[in-house]
Structures are given as structure tokens and as C-alpha cells.
Design a protein around this ligand. Structure first.
Ligand SMILES: Cc1cc2nc3c(=O)[nH]c(=O)nc-3n(C[C@H](O)[C@H](O)[C@H](O)COP(=O)(O)O)c2cc1C
Length: 120
């Protein structure tokens, strides 16, 4: 992280954040939809150019200090810190669970998705 040639900080303008779950009595998840697709697109674009990066959020508890250090207005919420650089090795084979391992049909306790059939 310290040696990364670029450390990108992404902030979200709270005036533009979608947060339809803010009234619910639980931690909000929807506000992230306003910014993490953008973070993901940055990572995809970087990869396309031969760079690599990883999204992190560990600096969030120091948001105020970050804002002061960088002159960021208070309404801009810290969203991500992304070190970017030339990867030592560009990964190509990632192990991911097959979609049918966690996707179900119709209900939470419904049958597993299974192989997708093409419709005519
Ligand atoms: C929104 C987001 C925030 C993350 N924040 C951290 C973080 O603060 N610290 C950390 O070690 N990993 C964090 N991670 C996980 C890593 O960036 C990365 O996703 C993980 O190493 C696994 O890599 P993969 O998702 O490519 O398999 C975060 C991931 C996401 C999607």
C-alpha cells in the first residue's frame, strides 16, 4: 500500500446518494450502490490498461482526518481507498462459487437455479 504508485481516494457527495433504506432499523447498504459500481468500473478500466488495484474501506474511521488533510468538504463521504499499480502477476483464473450454489428460484428456500435453459 505504501509503495503503490497511485493511491486513489473516492468520495461520495452525500447530496447525490441514494439511500432508500436509511429509515430502516439496520445498517444501510443501499448508499453504497451510489458509488461502488463506480469503484468497480475504475478497477475494470485499470485492469484493461494493465494495472491492478484493490478496493479498501479501512480508512473510514479516519474520514474527518482525511477530509482535513486533503481539503475535502464534509458532505463528501469517504467511500474507498484504492492502491493502483502494475501487478506483479495479472491473475486470470479466479475461483468463484458457481451461481447455482447460491441462487434460488421463486423463494429464499426455493430450488437451486440450476443450468439456465435458453428460451425460443
Ligand atoms: C467495498 C469493498 C471494501 C473493501 N475494504 C477492504 C479493506 O478495508 N481492507 C481489506 O483488507 N480488504 C478490503 N476489501 C477486500 C479486498 O479489496 C478484496 O476484495 C479481497 O482481497 C478479495 O479480492 P477479490 O474480491 O478480488 O477476490 C474490500 C472489498 C470491497 C468490495
Amino acid at each position: 500500500m505504501v509503495g503503490a504508485p497511485v493511491v486513489l481516494l473516492v468520495f461520495l457527495d452525500l447530496a447525490c446518494a441514494a439511500s432508500f433504506d436509511s429509515e430502516l432499523d439496520r445498517v444501510g447498504v443501499i448508499s453504497g450502490c451510489s458509488i461502488y459500481p463506480f469503484v468497480w468500473n475504475i478497477l475494470l478500466a485499470a485492469r484493461n490498461e494493465g494495472y491492478g488495484g484493490t478496493p479498501t474501506t479501512f480508512a473510514a474511521p479516519q474520514e474527518r482526518a482525511l477530509q482535513q488533510l486533503l481539503g475535502v468538504p464534509e458532505q463528501m463521504a469517504f467511500a474507498a481507498l484504492i492502491p493502483l499499480g502494475r501487478p506483479v502477476k495479472q491473475l486470470t483464473k479466479l475461483s468463484r462459487k458457481p451461481v447455482e450454489d447460491f441462487a434460488v428460484l421463486e423463494r429464499w428456500d426455493g430450488p437451486a437455479l440450476g443450468p439456465i435453459q435458453e428460451q425460443d
